[in-house]
Design a protein around this ligand. Structure first.
Ligand code: SF4
Ligand code: SF4
Length: 156
């Protein structure tokens, strides 16, 4: 299981270069090359959980855009109705969900775009954006109350 509290301070591509990895540039790849997403036999890979897969260095799973974030989405389990909207719409597959139950955010890959917050239908929302360095417990403690519907005037 990934560390859900990971902060956006690790640009893996950069740290790999600094560690002496010989990464190939996009302009060095020969036309027609095959860049395998997984190391070894990928039979049945669709049925394996992300953390059980053997991703190759070519797969975007091994890179991180987490350092792009200035704000992070925080998930409030108490309000979520497991509708899976956020999971469907997240452009970086950063919503962790198992058996149609929302578990949290993959902060290794989330870029902080806020799409998940926009599509969350609950009142108040079950996902809200907070400063990247905000404490998760404090963020949850400051969650807004349910918004009441405005009553329509009978004279209208
Ligand atoms: S902020 Fe964007 S990238 Fe992060 S979980 Fe939400 S939709 Fe996905
Ligand atoms: S969109 Fe909101 S209510 Fe639906 S699963 Fe995601 S966090 Fe839960």
């Amino acid at each position: 299981m990934q560390d859900l509290n990971l902060l956006a301070n690790d640009n893996r591509g950069q740290s790999q270069l600094e560690a002496g990895f010989d990464l190939m540039g996009w302009d060095e790849v020969t036309q027609g090359s095959v860049l395998p997403s997984f190391d070894g036999d990928a039979t049945g890979i669709a049925n394996k959980k992300a953390e059980e897969r053997s991703y190759s260095g070519f797969n975007s799973y091994t890179a991180s855009v987490a350092s792009w974030r200035v704000q992070k989405p925080v998930f409030n389990r108490d309000i979520c109705i497991d509708c899976q909207n956020c999971w469907v719409w997240c452009p970086d597959s950063s919503i962790l969900s198992r058996d149609k139950q929302m578990l949290g955010i993959d902060y290794d890959h989330c870029k902080g775009c806020e799409v998940c917050v926009e599509v969350c239908p609950t009142n108040p929302k079950s996902l809200l954006m907070f400063n990247e360095h905000a404490d998760l417990e404090e963020s949850l403690a400051s969650w807004p109350e349910k918004k009441k519907k405005e009553k329509k005037s009978k004279e209208a």
